[in-house]
Write a protein that binds this ligand. Structure first.
Ligand SMILES: Cc1ncc(COP(=O)(O)O)c(C=O)c1O
Length: 434
């Protein structure tokens, strides 16, 4: 990609795909007709108009071993020849058993049972039913079903569905030092302040029942739940991203099946298995596609590929390099307030003013326009994030490339990302060119 895109492309030509649509699909916007992908190979998406787009996001942090992997396709074909579907409450399959054993072993048996679902949100739903009462982090995302909306911390996502939500949840602050670390406050003091907030919130919502955070959970008799849908299964450079502490419940999805099947899972710790065992001996919850054999076979093979190709280590190594390159390329950009990430999950927080950290107003659609610029002009997929500052305002551009990315591709990703940001915000002046 040429480095002088700025001269040849004008930000004003970028459309947010607002043109009339003849499609029968209910797309995200009724006036949207997104590019049509006719083939996916490696890390490239090929459109019907013969453009090859580099997918820095592998869908939505999903296709982490690249598209069209022969080993996974073979495993799925074999599973199709054996049994393509059966109903999990009535039957089990070798594919489900093998996958569950693999996942349990991957935690050194610290988590003991696995419940395979059709998506991350479904895994969250199952978790909600297990735990019943929730306290989550403000400005956190857990999926888009009503249950997930009930516990998530982005007001903008919840507003129109509020009458349908239970309200049985409360929020504490996210871990967000870029905005929330006070002047002169040490990291340790900041962590203490968050722990105290958690303690106070337990006191407020349920004075009777309910690192530092896990101490509070334990003392209060609460379940410690980690949502590893995005961060889990290797992306951060360790398989579960929680090694060192052990959750009672953990959800995984996305990199679990790498896009070869729609799949998620809830992993359950001993404390809960024992309670179920002593009580009803049943988990009163099911959906038609739980434990889908084809999904289980795909996931098992995906995880073998990740292991055999050393991809978790590559996430750590290439993640460090990606962070280094992003800092070099965007670290002094007037509208890039913060660059943060771990492993192969990185975000640039875009601000109107680096000194005050003031976000762009949501109506300026900064992140969505950068996403559109990436797609329309620079052949790259960038994930636009919103609402990080107050639930409504606050733009992010997120990168979550495939686990098998190499240094040349990291260079290409950073170059194209910076070019898309420059195209929309201007390279050094901070003048918004929307
Ligand atoms: C942290 C987190 N939890 C849950 C979900 C929901 O997963 P799904 O979209 O597969 O339902 C997502 C999806 O982006 C996520 O990032």
């Amino acid at each position: 990609m040429a480095g002088n895109m700025m001269e040849t492309h004008d930000a004003e030509q970028i459309s947010l795909f607002d043109r009339s649509s003849s499609s029968s699909v209910l797309h995200a916007s009724l006036s949207t007709e997104p590019p049509s992908i006719v083939r996916a190979e490696g890390h490239y998406l090929h459109t019907s108009t013969r453009t090859a787009i580099y997918d820095t996001l592998n869908g939505a942090a999903v296709s982490c071993i690249g598209d069209n992997h022969p080993r996974v396709k073979r495993a799925m074909q074999q599973q199709l020849n054996a049994v393509e579907y059966c109903f999990a409450p009535h039957f089990t399959t070798p594919a489900y058993e093998k996958l569950a054993r693999f996942l349990v072993d991957s935690t050194n048996r610290q988590l003991q049972k696995v419940f395979v679902t059709g998506s991350g949100s479904e895994a969250i739903e199952a978790t909600i039913k297990m735990a019943r009462q929730f306290m989550t982090r403000d400005r956190s995302y857990y999926g888009n079903t009503l249950g997930a909306l009930d516990i998530l911390g982005y007001e903008a996502w919840r507003t129109i569905y509020k009458p349908l939500l239970s309200g049985y949840m409360s929020h504490v602050s996210p871990c967000y030092p870029y905005h929330d670390l006070r002047q002169g406050e040490s990291t340790q003091a900041y962590v203490e302040r968050l722990a105290q907030e958690l303690e106070d919130e337990f006191q407020r919502v349920s004075p009777r029942t309910l690192g530092r955070m896990t101490e509070v959970y334990e003392r209060r008799g609460a379940l410690f739940i980690l949502d590893g849908v995005f961060a889990g299964m290797g992306r951060t450079g360790s398989l579960h991203a929680w090694e060192g502490v052990v959750p009672d419940l953990q959800t995984v999805a996305k990199g679990l099946g790498a896009g070869y099947a729609p799949v998620g899972a809830l992993m359950v710790g001993k404390k809960i298995v024992d309670v179920l065992d002593r009580g009803t001996k049943a988990f009163v919850h099911f959906q038609t596609y739980d434990g889908h054999p084809l999904a289980c076979a795909a996931v098992y093979e995906v995880q073998q590929v990740i292991h055999d190709e050393g991809l978790v280590e590559n996430c750590g190594k290439m993640g460090d390099y990606l962070g280094e390159r992003l800092r070099a390329q965007l670290g002094t950009h007037p509208n890039v307030g913060d660059l943060r990430g771990r492993g192969l999950a990185w975000a640039s927080e875009l601000v109107k003013d680096r000194n005050t950290k003031e976000p762009f107003p949501v109506k300026q659609k900064v992140a969505p326009t950068i996403h559109a610029a990436g797609l329309q002009k620079f052949e790259i997929v960038l994930l636009p994030g919103g609402g990080v500052v107050d639930g409504v305002n606050g733009d992010l551009v997120v990168l979550a490339p495939a686990y098998d990315i190499n240094r040349e591709e990291v260079d290409l990703v950073v170059q194209r990302t910076a070019t898309a940001i420059d195209c929309v915000l201007g390279p050094t002046t901070g003048v918004v060119r929307l």
